[in-house]
Design a protein around this ligand. Structure first.
Ligand SMILES: *Cc1c(COP(=O)(O)O)cnc(C)c1O
Length: 423
């Protein structure tokens, strides 16, 4: 981080930085804040569509959008329209995607503890794939699968690869709650069990080694392990999961979806994969993170001996990632996006929690202060989807912008919404 102006490369593709305002999708951020209030999530549809299209192209249409990264009806339909399947991991995600009009044959069900009711619904509507995680699930499926409700599945395996990422988002190592171990022979036993069941089609294996991964090494290694493992099986699909990282702050760089896709395919072929086997992927973050930004209003500035605290009207309820993972973000003042940012502040939220920090060391222009509208870019993934009502704070609205117009895709929560569960 530095006092230089915000890097345009962290913003959505259509961002236009002017002297006194920023346009996204041809819409003024100042006007959006005035119309819809803050905090506010704004997504650039052009960026979302471009990322979906890029992923679909490089993986030959074998892409599922990991909906946990950001899900609402508009997003589900956008991903569907751009040719993506949709990954869900709970009954709630499955229900929303079905309500959004997505065909069940485009939905993939994940989860390390799928409830009987979730499996039942998935089989009843006929999802594209269930990704089977454990032996208890296989027993549950044994009860539910029938000629009328056949199962199309993959098995999730743990390749024993340690991705270089935060401990809490690492999932490929042996010591994990996800999937069948290759090393311990569990994956092989799972294959035998599923093959012994009627009305079950096992298409292949799936691995997801973690999230926010910047280089190809972990994916290459995973491919090698998976290809070796299935060498004697007659599978038609190999899924590399998601996990491609994005740059959140100045100085970070990552692979594009295209580079990632090419690297994964090259590693698979080098390991000897039959070229007829489909390589599929499930990016979440890399599709939605950079398309979204969050707008806040500064409400209080408090210098203390050690630093200056600048408080905005949101916080850990709309972006828990800094608290959960120590994730870094940048901030800029939307009324002066080209300005240098020599003012060093700790950007905090409004929750009753000292840990409610959005940016430990944020850089902003000198004159940014109470009443300023500031934006944190790259908040499109795992922000709204992890949002909470902590302190009974209502969740922000979500706006999609494109071609000079804005539409509300999720309205701001009201106090009535917050009270609707009272009995
Ligand atoms: C979370 C998850 C993804 C998406 O991960 P990203 O890092 O957002 O790309 C894909 N597949 C599975 C099984 C996941 O759990």
């Amino acid at each position: 981080m530095s006092a230089e102006p915000i890097l345009a490369s962290l913003l959505p593709d259509t961002a236009q930085l002017g002297e006194h305002d920023v346009q996204l999708g041809g819409v003024s951020l100042k006007e959006l804040a005035a119309t819809y209030g803050t905090p506010l999530f704004v997504y650039d549809e052009t960026t979302l569509r471009a990322r979906c299209g890029e992923a679909a192209a490089v993986f030959d249409d074998g892409v599922a959008f990991a909906s946990k990264s950001f899900l609402c009806g508009a997003m589900a339909r956008l991903a569907r329209d751009e040719g993506l399947c949709i990954d869900v991991a709970t009954g709630g995600e499955l229900d929303l995607v079905l309500r959004s009009g997505v065909d069940p044959s485009r939905i993939i069900l994940h989860g390390n503890n799928k409830l009987p009711s979730e499996l039942e619904r998935a089989l009843e509507v006929g999802v594209h794939r269930v990704v089977v995680d454990n032996f208890d699930e296989i027993e549950r499926l044994r009860e539910l699968v029938s000629a009328a409700r056949p199962l199309q599945c993959l098995i999730r395996v743990t390749p024993g690869v340690e991705a270089h990422t935060h401990e809490f988002v690492r999932t490929g190592q042996e010591d994990t709650k996800f999937g069948f171990s290759l090393a311990a022979g569990e994956a092989r036993r799972a294959i035998v069990a599923l093959r012994g069941m009627s009305h079950v089609s096992l298409h292949g294996v799936h691995a997801h080694i973690g999230s926010q991964i910047f280089d190809t090494a972990g994916f290459d290694e995973t491919m090698k392990v998976l290809v070796d493992f299935i060498a004697d099986d007659d599978f038609d699909e190999l899924c590399i999961g998601g996990g491609l990282g994005v740059a959140y702050v100045e100085g970070e760089s990552t692979l594009s979806l295209t580079q990632w896709g090419h690297a994964v395919r090259a590693a698979a072929l080098a390991a000897g994969l039959d070229p007829r086997v489909r390589i599929t992927a499930e990016p979440g973050r890399a599709i939605v993170a950079q398309a979204g930004i969050t707008l806040y209003t500064v409400g209080a500035v408090k210098p203390v001996t050690q630093r200056t605290y600048m408080a905005v009207d949101g916080g850990m309820s709309d972006n828990p990632r800094p608290v959960l993972y120590g994730s870094g973000y940048e901030a800029f003042d939307i009324a002066q996006p080209l300005a240098r940012r020599p003012q060093d502040v700790r950007l905090v939220g409004r929750h009753c929690e000292s840990g409610d920090i959005l940016i430990d060391e944020a850089w902003l222009p000198t004159s940014t202060g109470v009443g300023s509208l500031i934006a944190t870019p790259v908040t499109g993934a795992y922000g709204y989807s992890m949002a909470s009502n902590y302190n009974r704070v209502a969740r922000p609205a979500v706006i999609f912008v494109a071609n000079g117009s804005a539409r509300v895709v999720l309205r701001r929560e009201s106090f009535d919404d917050l009270a609707r569960l009272e009995v």
